[in-house]
Design a protein around this ligand. Structure first.
Ligand code: ADP
Ligand code: MG
Length: 567
């Protein structure tokens, strides 16, 4: 065939394929979840496109995903009547990995299969998981709306290369056939496949159908009845999960649905499912992932919720429903107020979207507060993964500052451990009598913070100080003025008014100032163009001197960031 082309997988795709085949072998059946999930996505996309272009449906009947097994040929085929792909899309989507940061992710792999199989979960396994069970995969697809002769056949043995060639296809959509490896014949077994579909795909809103088991011929009946078309039946529940009532949904179903919407391999940490009626009418199902995605710090990481309007899929990554500092949240929102033809532009201006955004934001913050209260270990895990992101909150979301502040966790002199596990409520509860402020120190790393000379006097007096050393901490503290009515005070800034000073201490200080006048003057001269002032202090107990920042000057951390940026 002249038009058959053989192409190489992108390097990252090749590595991923290799890793997948070797590290996920003990969890083979997940390939079916991934392929059905893709088929369902493709149907969602066509359903949406057909809203504005009905001809795309090509007079097709209902949407469905069909699974056929052939024991003799040792194959399993997954067929959908979704959007399909044209040649360029096939090459792009099944030959490369388009996700941003893929190369960096690949570099982070260790070569240790145990560890890497954990990592791969953060990446999402997807289409390539077919090669866990198959040594050859054929994808026959045609884009909805294009002519039958625009069909494409993609084929690969899952090694370095794949081929593409034109192949007529009468129906739009995609059909994927897996030629099973030795030892994977179980996936050509009707009973086994049905149970896998039940397990993973009940929540998929379109029917996943399989051939009805043949009924044995009834005794005495004529054999010469006309051949009937084979009958298919739905194997899964086939109702969108979030439309069902909470009490009817099992933990497993919530978990599987999470894996479908998030493309995450891991289980979620917690979730919140709510129907809202009244002024606004919508359903939301929001999840907190267990682990940060590999591209959490990538500017163009996929974020946002899956948006449905009256059960119809509208778009992935609808960013308008949550603020940036909650970008790790996954889930769906299904609105009955928005029009079906809603676009990203409309979302940005719509007043009901604003109201939903503030309600959903509260919902997430409440969910986190509940997690912290009821499942401390899980919350500690959450903080490790996403604490840095949550610290962006007070700057971005003024209205919820107090709620966010309660969720923050810090390292403090109370434990002197690097672990960020102390809340501001804990701190306030431990405040000394007469202490009015919440003290903190910022440094470039934990050890510097912990051994800061500024802490000496606080340690002496037994006053707790927050030890801050994350990049965002200066930024955070410049937006947190107070908590529970107590102002925050940087111990390295300006005058310290540890007002528990006794008369005796005051006298001592005055005496000291007098005695040191000459020294202070001399130091002031020597350091003239380096410091703005030299001052006598009682705040040091061991170190002879320390640098402090003026009340209105930039924090040390901020200064470092500006310097790094060449300012
Ligand atoms: P993901 O689903 O996370 O995007 P996958 O590896 O599962 O990653 O799939 C890669 C891409 O291939 C999909 O995003 C989609 O564009 C395309 N694709 C896969 N399966 C189908 C299908 N059945 N119909 C149409 N496109 C598909
Ligand atoms: Mg997928």
């Amino acid at each position: 065939d002249v038009q058959k082309e053989t192409l190489g997988f992108q390097t990252e795709a090749k590595q991923l394929l290799h890793l997948m085949i070797h590290s996920l072998y003990s969890n083979k059946e997940i390939f079916l979840r991934e392929l059905i999930s893709n088929a369902s996505d493709a149907i969602d996309k066509l359903r949406f496109a057909a809203l504005s272009e009905a001809s795309l449906l090509e007079g097709q009947g209902d949407y469905q995903i069909q699974v056929d097994v052939d024991k003799d040929a040792k194959t399993i085929t997954i067929t959908d009547n979704g959007i399909g792909m044209n040649r360029d899309e096939v090459v792009e989507h099944l030959g490369t990995i388009a996700k941003s940061g893929t190369a960096a992710f690949m570099e982070s792999l260790t070569g240790d299969q145990q560890k890497d199989s954990q990592l791969i979960g953060q990446f999402g396994v997807g289409f390539y998981s077919a090669f866990i069970v198959a040594d050859r995969v054929e994808v026959h697809t045609r884009k909805a709306g294009e002519a039958p002769d625009q069909g494409v056949l993609w084929e690969s043995h899952g090694e370095a290369e794949f081929s593409v060639e034109p192949r007529e296809k009468s129906d739009p959509g995609t059909s994927i056939t897996l030629f099973l490896k030795d030892g994977c014949e179980e996936f050509a077994d009707d009973f086994r496949v049905r149970s896998v579909i039940k397990k993973y795909s009940d929540h998929i809103s379109v029917p996943v159908v399989m051939l009805k088991p043949a009924t044995p011929p009834v005794e005495g009946e004529e054999d010469d009845k006309p051949e009937e078309a084979p009958a298919y039946e739905a194997v899964n529940e086939a109702t969108a999960l979030w439309t069902r009532s909470r009490t009817e949904i099992s933990e497993e179903e919530y978990t599987e649905f999470y894996k479908h919407v998030s493309h995450d391999f891991d289980e979620p940490l917690t979730w919140s499912h709510n129907k809202v009626e009244g002024k606004l009418d919508y359903t939301s199902l929001l999840y907190i992932p267990r682990r940060a995605p590999f591209d959490l710090w990538n500017r163009d990481m996929a974020r946002g919720l899956k948006l449905y309007v009256q059960r119809t899929f509208i778009m992935d990554e609808a960013e308008q429903f949550l603020p940036l500092y909650l970008r790790f949240v996954k889930g769906v929102v299904d609105s009955n107020d928005l029009p079906l033809n809603v676009s990203r532009e409309i979302l940005q201006q719509d007043a009901s979207v604003d109201s939903m955004r503030s309600a959903l934001t509260k919902r997430v913050l409440d969910m986190l507060a509940k997690l912290a209260k009821q499942h401390g270990d899980d919350y500690a895990g959450f903080w490790k993964e996403f604490g840095q992101v949550l610290k962006e909150g007070p700057a971005e979301d003024f209205a919820n500052k107090e709620k966010i502040a309660k969720l923050l966790r810090f390292a403090t002199t109370h434990t002197d451990s690097e672990e960020q596990d102390q809340s501001l409520e804990d701190y306030v509860a431990r405040m000394q009598e007469g202490q009015e402020k919440i003290y903190y120190v910022v440094a470039e790393n934990f050890n510097t913070a912990k051994s800061s000379p500024h802490l000496e006097v606080f340690r002496k007096k037994g006053i707790e100080v927050l030890l801050l050393s994350d990049r965002v901490d200066d930024w955070l503290m410049s937006h947190l003025q107070d908590f529970d009515g107590k102002a925050f005070q940087d111990v390295a800034r300006g005058q310290l008014d540890l007002d528990s000073e006794s008369e005796e201490e005051k006298q001592q200080k005055e005496q000291l100032e007098k005695e040191s006048e000459a020294l202070v003057e001399r130091l002031g001269k020597v350091l003239e163009d380096r410091v703005s002032e030299v001052r006598v202090t009682t705040r040091l107990t061991e170190s002879p001197a320390c640098l402090v920042v003026g009340d209105y000057d930039m924090g040390a951390q901020m200064r470092r960031i500006m310097e790094a940026a060449g300012q």
